[in-house]
Design a protein around this ligand. Structure first.
Ligand code: GLN
Length: 191
């Protein structure tokens, strides 16, 4: 049974552990390069991407994370996790892994739409997914290896690039486990 790590620097770590646990998946909190070595896949939670980035830098996790993702470890980033995986942000700079060939706009839906919920059509799922967005980014630009799995008003909010999945919304905050299952199916196929 593959073991899935949850990057536990900041953010809604516990919610991802719960969501994976409800699928019967063995999870481990990842706070160091040593922990990273003991997992077969990784979830990067939502939270504050600048904080996650700075803590990853401080704990010397940027290079080990890049190496694992570049060598094919399945990874799923939600919201701030998507931003952290990305190649760039539309404004300023912050520590990012740069593994996912997208540029994201942070807090893209504006103050009015700070937090909202939407029934989203996701490629690969038969029925819409009730998605929770909290100060969410969208994908502003993406490279040819990136497949868009879902969009809101033509702005991509879920993408896949090989073994990298990323969503602007928070599947860990609802009881619907289909998005986590989609990711875990990939992990399971690989192992
Ligand atoms: N707005 C946050 C950021 O820019 C992301 C919000 C979230 O993860 N819910 O990092």
């Amino acid at each position: 049974m593959p073991r899935v790590g949850v990057l536990a620097l900041q953010g809604d770590v516990r919610e991802h552990v719960r969501a994976l646990g409800s699928l019967g998946v063995e999870t481990r909190l990842v706070k160091s390069a040593d922990h990273l070595e003991s997992v077969d896949a990784l979830v990067i939670p939502g939270g504050e991407s600048t904080t996650i980035g700075r803590l990853a830098e401080r704990f010397d996790l940027l290079e080990p994370l890049r190496d694992r993702v570049e060598s094919g470890m399945p990874v799923f980033g939600t919201c701030a996790g998507m931003i952290f995986l990305a190649a760039g942000v539309t404004e300023g700079t912050q520590p990012q892994l740069g593994c996912l060939d997208v540029v994201v706009r942070r807090n893209a839906f504006g103050r009015q739409n700070d937090s909202f919920e939407a029934d989203l059509d996701i490629r690969g799922l038969d029925q819409p997914f009730h998605a929770v967005f909290i100060r969410a980014p969208w994908v502003e630009k993406y490279g040819s290896a990136v497949e868009v799995l879902a969009a809101v008003d033509d702005h991509p909010v879920m993408v896949r690039q090989g073994r990298i999945y990323a969503s602007s919304f928070h599947p860990e905050l609802t009881d619907d486990d289909r998005v986590h299952r989609m990711f875990f199916d990939l992990v399971d196929r690989d192992s």
